[in-house]
Design a protein around this ligand. Structure first.
Ligand code: MRU
Length: 357
């Protein structure tokens, strides 16, 4: 794994421990999640966030829940609470459903849930490695075609190892490109309103020694027009069977600008991000609506090193805070998956993932 940290792990007491992402980049703190209620709260308040990590925590959350209940019937109630903790990232529902299906006839819920959560997470980490490799191949190809030795990649939000174990999705190819000796520079969208780019991606890239520059969300289009972006890679929270991509709010605008400037726009995803049941992502992917306070207040450290939240708008102005938007498949150059690069379209997805959709 790149960097010095993991987003989550089972500690020496066999308890789920996670990086508290609400504290980054100002301090590195971890939290132990001992109960189902704590798991649900950590997902809701974004102690843990990022589609893949939400799924990983949910899988271990079922293990935590198994220690609280005596029967599968009781476990179902806990599973429902975890499943409903956030609406857009399908990895959450995917992980809970996989766990529950596996445990249906279990005679030892605690033992089996722990083993299966570890298995799901190991598989996800393996997919991340494959995404890294397929994505780095694309980076090499773009450099070769442009006859360049260094590449500028723009990314939105955080889709690195804080978001998907072990190396992330959008950032995994960047880490692999760096290992291959490629000179990579990343344009990091700040990603208002919660600033996952400015606070998490920038922190992650710093830990891994990757060159990067934070930009205000509105800067990407201009950089594309002046030739300073060679490609865009983002992650996703849900991809429908026809290849529409839900990702952090603002992704759609980057895809439009990339399309207008002939810049390749790739989306990197593990299998758990596909929602094969949704045929039309534009219409049917549920979009999270979050508190208006996230738009109205900003968090930072003052000169004494104290973390503070400050109001940046008129107190009584209203704000609206959609967490995600959907980028239509037609704007996506390709999906970087564990099975290779796949065109974002119904037939290609169906063929690559051998799904009866
Ligand atoms: O609201 P967040 O921080 O959970 O949203 C995260 C994103 O939108 C990421 O880009 C994403 O999860 C894609 S990769 C896992």
């Amino acid at each position: 794994m790149q960097g010095r940290y993991k987003a989550l792990w089972l500690n020496e007491d066999d308890l789920l421990e996670v990086i508290d992402q609400t504290k980054l980049p100002f301090s590195y703190e971890t939290k132990v999640l001992k109960t189902t209620d704590e798991i649900v709260a950590a997902i809701k308040d974004m102690t843990v966030r990022g589609a893949g990590v939400i799924g990983s925590v949910a899988a271990f959350g079922i293990y935590v829940a198994c220690r609280e209940v005596q029967s599968y019937e009781k476990l179902k109630e806990k599973a429902k609470l975890i499943r409903q903790s956030r609406p857009t990232a399908v990895n959450l529902m995917w992980a809970v459903d996989k766990m529950m299906k596996f445990l249906k006839d279990s005679k030892d819920l605690v033992k089996d849930s722990k083993a299966y959560a570890i298995k799901l997470n190991d598989e996800e980490a393996l997919e991340s490695q494959k995404i890294a490799s397929f994505g780095a191949d694309i980076i090499e190809k773009i450099l070769k075609n442009k006859n360049k030795t260094s590449i500028n990649i723009l990314t939105h939000c955080n889709a690195g190892w804080l978001a998907v174990i072990d190396e992330g999705t959008a950032l995994a190819p960047i880490y692999e490109a760096q290992r291959r000796g490629i000179d990579v520079h990343v344009w990091v969208d700040e990603t208002r309103p919660r600033n996952q780019g400015a606070s998490l991606t920038a922190w992650e890239l710093t830990q891994s020694g990757v060159k990067h520059t934070i930009i205000a969300d509105n800067t990407g289009g201009h950089l594309m027009q002046i030739g300073d972006v060679d490609m865009v890679i983002t992650g996703a929270d849900r991809v429908s069977a026809n290849g529409d991509v839900a990702n952090k709010i603002g992704t759609y605008l980057k895809a439009l600008a990339a399309n207008d400037n002939d810049i390749p726009f790739y989306v990197a995803i593990p299998t758990s991000t596909f929602d094969f049941d949704i045929k039309d992502g534009m219409k049917d992917i549920p979009i999270e609506l979050r508190s208006e306070d996230e738009v109205k207040y900003m968090r930072g450290v003052d000169e004494d090193g104290v973390v503070r939240e400050v109001l940046i708008t008129p107190k009584n102005s209203r704000a609206i805070n959609y967490g995600f938007d959907v980028t239509p498949a037609r704007l996506i150059t390709g999906l970087i998956t564990n099975k290779g690069v796949c065109e974002a379209g119904f037939e290609n997805i169906k063929e690559k993932f051998e799904k009866n959709i």
